[in-house]
Each structure stands twice: as structure tokens, then as C-alpha cells.
Design a protein around this ligand. Structure first.
Ligand SMILES: Nc1ncnc2c1ncn2[C@@H]1O[C@H](COP(=O)(O)OP(=O)(O)O)[C@@H](O)[C@H]1O
Ligand SMILES: [Mg+2]
Length: 355
């Protein structure tokens, strides 16, 4: 059963038919009880997509289903969704319990029951003993929890988040994203979560939808998107990757300079690109042949090295140009000027269409 389903949805703002589309015909499903992130750079259409799920914008064409029901023409009140925004906008003059109970009161729930349910929701997000505080008397993380409880207390069929953590510092961001994920799994919530941060998407998602200029560039599990990007855009957006021009041979292999790769999917002979994660490189001693088979390794000269505590970052010069390598081998650090032979491991290397 799908909590959310988009069928070929487009969105153009305003009435001018020549205006560009913000969303250009996207289709996807969010299964009930799972979390999907919509990931992409600023302006790619993430918020527009989320607002169409919420019923705050209506599609220009296409259909939206929720729980099997066609909701395309229904307003927000008829959809059983809650949305949590980037600026969580608590009511400043209301205390915590009133903030959380407000939506219930608005929908006619009696004061005592609203208070009880608000307290229960606050317990669910780990915020106990702050009922009487005003938002101004809370830390950023606590305000975040109040906003989360306020969305949860309505027991929506679908919960929507638009960049909920972008106002928090790095440590709190990590903590909150883990809590949101744990809560989602515990309560089996159906969630659509917008972010432009790929590590956040990797950490919390069952499914990631990468958007680019109003279209879906690729969707799949975090493992699929990180490990098997199908385009240069996705490879570059899902974490660091360097992209090199390469040649697909008639025998199905791909030549990357002196390195030979076996792509996971058949590629037509001709010019292609190879996206390489910095951790995919293996550093061998100079003159050794690489592990990637025929052709040996890629001769490289270390230009610079940086120690980052749990790993080294190396910048090599090679015939392919500069190559950025991350190495967790802390036992034998290389010094600038060192000669080495680079080869590629099986993970973190993707052949994508070129040129
Ligand atoms: N209310 C609006 N009126 C006109 N254009 C809009 C409106 N909201 C967003 N857009 C445009 O639609 C495109 C997608 O915007 P948005 O969905 O906000 O992207 P994102 O959330 O990924 O940054 C952008 O080009 C943006 O300028
Ligand atoms: Mg946005």
C-alpha cells in the first residue's frame, strides 16, 4: 500500500503558460510506514513537491493519491497530513503544552484531552518537564522537539518535513535526524522529508529521490544512489566523486587511462564517464601492477597530504589529471613527492553515460 503516490505530476506557478515548470512530470511512490527523502540543490522543486503532497499547491497536471485515494483536488484539511517547516514557528506567547495542543483544540478536541495528548506527544519526542515554558525559554533543539510533537499529536497519515534541521548546528543536526528516524520507525510513520544535505538523506531514508531542475534524476535506496549513481549529476551530488572521461570498448570493458574496469551494466562502445569516490582508490607501491587486472595501475605522484584524524586526504598528480584519494590506512602515511601506483576497488566506482 502506498501512503503517497505521484503520477506524472507537473507544476507551473501562475497562469502564464510560457512560465517555466517548477516540477516537470514526476512519478513516485512512498510506501506506508516508510521514509522517503526528496534531495536536490536549491530551486530543483523539492518544496513545491512537498506542498503538493500537503495540498498547499495543486498540480498543473497529473494525479496524487494518498492511501489509494485520489486527493489531487482536495485541500490540506481533507488530506490528513502534517507538515514541519524549516522555521518551526512556534507561537511565542503560548507555552509548550499549548503550542502542541493548539491543532487539536482547533479541530474541536476538549482542553483536558488536548493537554493529555500533547503531554503524550511531548513524551514521545523526549521532552518531559518543559510544559510551562515559553519557546523563548527553550534551546533550538528543544524548540525543534516541540515542533515535532506539534506535528505528531495530530496523528497524521503522512508527515512532511521541509529542511527541518537546517537551523541547527552540526552536532544537534545529527542527533535530531537520528531521533526523527527512530521515531518514524517506532511509530511506523509515512514520511516525506526534504533536504539538500546528502549525508542527512543517506542517514534517515528508506528511499531517496534525487531531483534536478524539476525532474527525478534517480530514485532508490541510499545504497543504490551512493553506490550505483546513473548519471554524473547524481554521482556528484551523492557525496564526493571525481568524474573522468573514459572509453567503453567493444568487449564490454571500460578503459580509464591504463586501468581496465568491468561495468556492472552493459554500456555501448564509445565515450563514457567514470565517477570515482575518493575512498575507492587503492594506493600501491610505485611500479606494482594494480589489482584491476590487465594494464596495471595508474602511476601517481603525491602532491599534497592532509591528516584528518581518522583518515588521510591525498592529492595525486596522474596522467588522468589530479586525483583526490581518501585513505584510512594510518600506519604508513605518504609524504609529498612520493611515487605510487593507484588502482580501483570494486565499490565506489560507477560508469555513467558520457560525454
Ligand atoms: N510561489 C512561487 N511562485 C513562483 N515561482 C515559484 C514559487 N515557489 C517556487 N517557485 C519556483 O519554482 C522552482 C522550484 O522551487 P522550490 O520548489 O522552492 O525549490 P527547492 O525547495 O528545491 O529549493 C524555483 O525556480 C522557484 O523559483
Ligand atoms: Mg525548498
Amino acid at each position: 500500500m502506498n501512503g503517497i503516490e505521484f503520477r506524472n505530476v507537473t507544476k507551473r506557478y501562475g497562469t502564464d503558460a510560457s512560465a517555466p515548470m517548477a516540477v516537470k512530470g514526476i512519478s513516485f511512490e512512498v510506501p506506508v510506514g516508510t521514509l522517503t527523502t526528496i534531495l536536490g540543490p536549491s530551486g530543483c522543486g523539492k518544496t513545491t513537491t512537498l506542498r503538493m503532497i500537503a495540498g498547499l499547491e495543486s498540480p498543473t497536471s497529473g494525479s496524487i493519491f494518498m492511501g489509494g485515494r485520489d486527493v489531487t483536488t482536495l485541500g490540506p484539511a481533507e488530506r490528513n497530513v502534517s507538515m514541519m517547516f524549516q522555521s518551526y514557528a512556534l507561537f511565542p506567547h503560548m507555552n509548550v503544552i499549548e503550542n502542541v495542543g493548539y491543532g487539536l483544540r482547533m479541530s474541536g478536541v476538549k482542553k483536558n484531552e488536548a493537554t493529555d495528548r500533547a503531554r503524550e506527544a511531548l513524551r514521545g519526542v523526549g521532552l518531559v518537564g518543559f510544559d510551562e515554558r515559553l519557546p523563548s525559554e527553550l534551546s533550538g533543539g528543544q524548540q525543534q522537539r516541540v515542533a515535532l510533537a506539534r506535528a505528531l499529536v495530530l496523528e497524521p497519515a503522512v508527515l512532511l518535513f521541509d529542511e527541518p534541521l537546517s537551523n541547527l548546528d552540526a552536532r544537534l543536526r545529527r542527533e535530531m535526524r537520528e531521533e526523527i528516524r527512530a521515531l518514524q520507525q517506532r511509530l511506523k510513520l509515512t514520511v516525506a522529508y526534504v533536504t539538500h544535505d546528502q549525508s542527512e538523506a543517506l542517514a534517515v531514508s528508506d528511499q531517496i529521490i534525487v531531483m534536478d531542475h524539476g525532474v527525478i534524476a534517480q530514485r532508490g535506496t541510499p545504497e543504490q544512489l551512493y553506490g550505483r549513481p546513473e548519471s554524473e549529476f547524481v554521482a556528484g551530488f551523492m557525496g564526493e566523486a571525481m568524474v573522468f572521461p573514459a572509453v567503453a570498448e567493444a568487449d564490454g570493458s571500460v578503459a580509464l587511462g591504463p586501468l581496465r574496469l568491468q561495468p556492472r551494466y552493459a554500456v555501448a562502445p564509445g565515450t563514457v564517464k567514470v565517477a570515482v569516490r575518493p575512498e575507492a582508490w587503492r594506493i600501491g607501491a610505485s611500479g606494482l601492477s594494480g589489482v584491476s587486472g590487465a594494464g596495471g595501475g595508474l602511476p601517481a605522484t603525491l602532491r599534497k597530504a592532509a591528516y584528518l584524524g581518522s583518515f588521510y586526504e591525498y592529492g595525486f598528480d596522474t596522467t588522468l589529471g589530479p586525483v583526490f584519494v581518501v585513505s584510512t590506512d594510518l600506519s604508513q602515511p605518504l609524504a609529498a613527492g612520493a611515487q605510487a601506483t593507484l588502482s580501483l576497488g570494486a565499490h565506489g566506482v560507477s560508469v555513467v553515460p558520457g560525454p
